[in-house]
Design a protein around this ligand. Structure first.
Ligand code: RBF
Ligand code: MG
Length: 325
């Protein structure tokens, strides 16, 4: 990269606020994926009022510590911070964003601009003559910028929009380092201790059949026969698991995913437990009991599957540390 340029990065790209919005909206009402999609690219306030929902900042604040940076994006940001005149653009409310940023010292010293989508171009106007890239993950904003002749790179989120071209553009400008395990673990390591243990019981059923083949983390899908699972906040939990075959006496640590898997946009809500133990045999039909003790994070749609796999790996390591007996 020769010379400095002005770079704007949308905060949505760096942190999974949208995962939090999914979680939070679904906690309040049974929303379909189409209405959830309408939260995309909106501030909390706008998204919620569009869906005719209200949100309570106090209870939202509870989940903010678990909003995680995208592992890959944070590597990009680290690189940009070294090389550029960097500003973060946020279309999300200042109160929410600043609470989240407070968790990550990496963000210290980077200015954040709080604006509305409509204000974007007037904010960028002074930079029209300097070489710059606007690095955005929100397609309409990207299009607005392109139409106004700003050099704008679109990195898509969620994953299913095609974004190969934008990655190539980025890689041709920057060599982005791989973050060390310790670094990623520290970024990822924030969670909420549940005020009371949530117990779920039922039988293990066939899931979407992706667990071990695609991701390398086999899961036992629980068909729940007790508990208010419909009301449960979607997200990733750390749990103790017990199996009927051991008379529910032996304890396994488990990382549990509750929700619609936004990476795949499932049609129905599932509870999937990755038991941290090597099982040789199939477990369909087996009885299982889960005691959820920590909320680790919201469900996310990552910009690629490698990122999802890394995130699950970190969830599992954190679960091991929290529940090792
Ligand atoms: N799916 C998602 O779409 N987003 C996630 O953030 C996510 N996190 C997970 C974390 C853990 C610990 C586990 C066990 C699963 C997670 N999943 C997530 C679900 C995953 O996509 C699913 O297990 C496979 O697709 C098999 O159905
Ligand atoms: Mg499964």
């Amino acid at each position: 990269m020769t010379g400095k340029c002005k770079m704007f990065v949308d905060i949505d790209l760096l942190f999974d606020f949208r995962g939090l919005q999914f979680c939070y909206a679904r906690q309040h009402q049974k929303l379909g994926s189409s209405s959830i999609k309408s939260l995309y690219g909106k501030s909390f306030h706008q998204g919620y009022s569009d869906l005719n929902l209200s949100y309570n900042l106090d209870s939202l604040k509870l989940y903010i510590p678990t909003v995680k940076p995208h592992i890959h994006s944070i590597a990009v940001l680290t690189e940009l911070k070294e090389q550029n005149d960097l500003t973060i653009i946020s279309f999300i409310e200042e109160e929410i964003v600043s609470l989240c940023l407070a968790n990550y010292s990496l963000m210290e010293g980077i200015p954040v601009l709080y604006i509305l989508h409509d204000e974007l171009l007037s904010v960028l106007q002074p930079y029209h003559s300097v070489p710059h890239i606007v690095y955005l993950n929100h397609l309409p904003t990207h299009q607005t910028c392109t139409t106004a002749n700003f050099k704008s790179v679109h990195i898509s989120f969620p994953a299913r929009e095609s974004c190969e071209e934008s990655y190539e553009t980025l890689w041709s400008l920057y060599s982005v380092p791989e973050l060390s395990y310790e670094y990623r673990y520290n970024l990822w390591n924030s969670y909420i201790s549940l005020p009371q243990i949530l117990t779920l019981e039922g039988n293990i059923v066939k899931g979407f059949g992706r667990g071990s083949s695609d991701l390398g983390f086999p899961t036992a899908n629980l068909e729940v026969t007790n508990g208010e699972y419909e009301e449960m906040i979607p997200g990733i939990y750390a749990a103790r698991a017990y199996l009927k075959r051991d008379n529910y006496e032996r304890q396994y640590a488990a990382a549990v995913s509750v929700g619609w898997n936004p990476q795949y946009d499932n049609e129905y809500k599932t509870i999937e437990a990755h038991l941290i133990h090597k099982f040789e045999e199939e477990m369909y039909g087996e009885g299982m009991k889960l005691e959820l003790t920590y909320y680790l994070r919201a469900e996310c749609a990552f910009s690629n599957f490698e990122e999802l796999i890394k995130a699950i790996g970190l969830d599992v390591d954190i679960t091991k540390n929290l529940l090792s007996t």
